[in-house]
Design a protein around this ligand. Structure first.
Ligand code: SF4
Ligand code: SF4
Ligand SMILES: [Zn+2]
Length: 551
């Protein structure tokens, strides 16, 4: 791809591919990526913005710009940018302040050649008779005084790590062969590059904003960049620009096509709440649980602030049991048997088994092995008649157009039995009993399951049943809920409404300090964190809410 200046660009079509579009991830929707590469196509159906600005890197970049281009000291820069733009959550502000300090401390030591910051993006632009192609990367840019060396830095909220080769290739290509250009305004216009095109040498690296870690990704000549891009970037760029598959999920909420796309299943009224003229949001049942614990915690999770490790040994065990059964049930209807389960090991110190990324050892390994042994008795595929459409831990995406919410759910298992849909959720516990009177009240994901089945949200087939499988080291239990029973459906809808209504009407996500702060994985960013309070007593209500998050 050669680059050239443009004064009067033909704008029959404009294809703009940012390095971020080449990020690895099964959950990324190819069709959505393709639409993003077409800045001239407007979003279908516009939704208002959230009151809080949820783009965490915006204040970070704004403060760094003031320091690097305006010569301000970081504290001053940060207090000035706090008055700019829309309101920012206090937790995001705290993170952004930390990130700016960490970035500025981490970076000056890199390399013997002094670099100066570059304000403009580097854009590799190719103008054809009917289309303009543009490659660029979003991050921070530096160059040597003579312009012969360009350095591009990706930013990551967490610690620095690898990026996909295609992502690195696009960033390197834009640095090696691009021309400086300001952000087009409006975005639907082509870039207007000006100044020096290309550099002889390019470095690409990533900076982790949580800890100042630095990951070098590429350091080579422009010639080598050309080869690297030809091998790892070019085909990916074409794929991105042509992507057609629909992969609905957490990305739908930011997608230009959500108002007309057939990917998310339309279920107006699913959450039982109205948005008014609110912004389009995305939520899962876990998100609603976090919200009920503390709105600020839910928000800071949603905007992906770095989190402390949050899994207790019990939670790790629950994940391991889930993981084991996820693999076991991939066999499309094959029933589990005792010889496919991990053994109970003596001596207990030798006990260990893993499922996916989860590993359990010692007593926890044996507790999990006992739970899994009891699963065999109630495996959904044991003596099951006419099973089809088995999906293990599928990601289901619904669009509640009344609540203006994309609802993402991950049932443990769904399948059809004699043409009727079954939705099964699994919980593990070492407690002898749960603290709830109605499973729909205790587990809102069951309420979601009932509401979805009752409305035919899983596709062709009748509403069969919703099941809660409870595994204990001392036995197994199945709770069955009939989604055709009117009272169950009404209760499910009421439960969903009670969980969703406060979340939907909230626009500020205030901190609610209390017992939940102790296990809060984002407490380091929370200005309201009161510190640990070991003397606080738990009552039954709080025990119930914690129990409901197990497994
Ligand atoms: S709405 Fe969802 S499924 Fe449809 S194109 Fe967008 S991200 Fe993909
Ligand atoms: S530390 Fe406490 S108040 Fe702050 S976000 Fe976490 S749970 Fe909420
Ligand atoms: Zn099974």
């Amino acid at each position: 791809m050669s680059t050239q200046q443009n004064d009067a660009l033909p704008t029959i079509d404009l294809v703009r591919v940012g390095a971020g579009a080449a990020r690895d991830g099964d959950a990324t929707c190819p069709s959505s990526l393709r639409w993003k590469t077409r800045p001239m196509s407007r979003a279908v159906g516009r939704f208002p913005k959230e009151q809080l600005d949820d783009f965490v890197l915006r204040p970070v970049m704004a403060a760094l710009d003031r320091v690097e281009f305006g010569g301000e000291v970081p504290d001053e820069a940060f207090s000035i940018i706090q008055g700019d733009g829309g309101p920012v959550h206090p937790g995001v502000n705290r993170f952004a302040e930390h990130a700016v300090q960490v970035y500025l401390t981490a970076m000056p030591s890199l390399g013997p050649v002094p670099l100066r910051p570059v304000r403009e993006l580097w854009v590799a632009q190719r103008v054809l008779p009917s289309v303009v192609w543009e490659l660029y990367a979003w991050g921070r840019r530096y160059e040597s005084v003579d312009g012969g060396l360009r350095e591009f830095r990706f930013l990551r909220l967490g610690p620095a790590r690898e990026r996909s080769p295609a992502e690195v290739a696009i960033a390197a290509y834009a640095a090696a062969f691009g021309t400086p250009a300001e952000f087009p305004d409006p975005w639907s216009e082509p870039f207007r590059p000006f100044g020096r095109t290309g550099a002889e040498r390019v470095r690409v690296l990533e900076v982790g904003l949580v800890d100042g870690s630095v990951k070098p990704l590429l350091d080579c000549t422009a010639k080598e960049v050309e080869e690297y891009f030809a091998e790892r970037g070019r085909a990916r760029v074409v794929d991105i620009a042509r992507g057609e598959d629909l992969v609905p999920g957490f990305g739908c909420g930011d997608c230009k096509r959500v108002a007309v796309c057939r990917g998310p299943v339309r279920m107006p009224g699913l959450l039982g709440v109205e948005s008014g003229q609110g912004a389009l949001r995305t939520v899962s049942v876990s998100g609603l649980r976090y919200y009920r614990k503390c709105p600020a915690q839910a928000y800071l999770r949603t905007v992906h602030l770095p989190r402390a490790y949050e899994y207790s040994a019990e939670a790790e065990l629950g994940h391991a049991v889930h993981g084991w059964l996820e693999t076991a049930h991939q066999g499309q209807g094959n029933a589990c048997s005792p010889d496919t389960m991990p053994p109970v090991t003596v001596p207990v110190a030798d006990a260990a088994w893993s499922a996916g990324k989860w590993r359990v050892t010692g007593e926890f390994a044996n507790v999990g092995a006992r739970m899994l042994a009891y699963h065999v008795e109630i495996c959904p595929f044991r003596d099951a008649p006419e099973i089809d459409s088995v999906r293990v831990e599928p990601q289901l995406t619904f669009f509640d157009t009344v609540a203006r919410a994309v609802v993402v759910a991950k049932p443990d298992l769904i399948y059809r039995e004699r043409g009727q849909w079954v939705w099964r959720e699994l919980k593990t516990t070492q407690k002898a009993r749960w603290y709830y009177t109605d499973p729909l009240e205790g587990f809102p994901q069951l309420a979601l399951a009932v509401a979805v089945l009752a409305a035919g949200g899983l596709g062709p087939g009748g509403a069969g049943r919703v099941e809660l499988e409870i595994l204990r080291p001392s036995g197994a239990e199945i709770v069955v809920i009939d989604p055709t029973e009117e009272e169950r459906v009404q209760t499910a809808r009421r439960v969903l409404r009670e969980w969703a209504a406060p979340w939907r009407s909230d626009h500020v996500f205030e901190a609610r300090p209390g017992r939940n702060c102790r296990g809060c994985p984002v407490s380091v960013w929370c200005p309201s964190y009161p510190g640990p309070d070991p003397d606080e007593k738990e009552d039954e209500t709080s025990a119930a809410s914690r129990t409901a998050t197990e497994g």
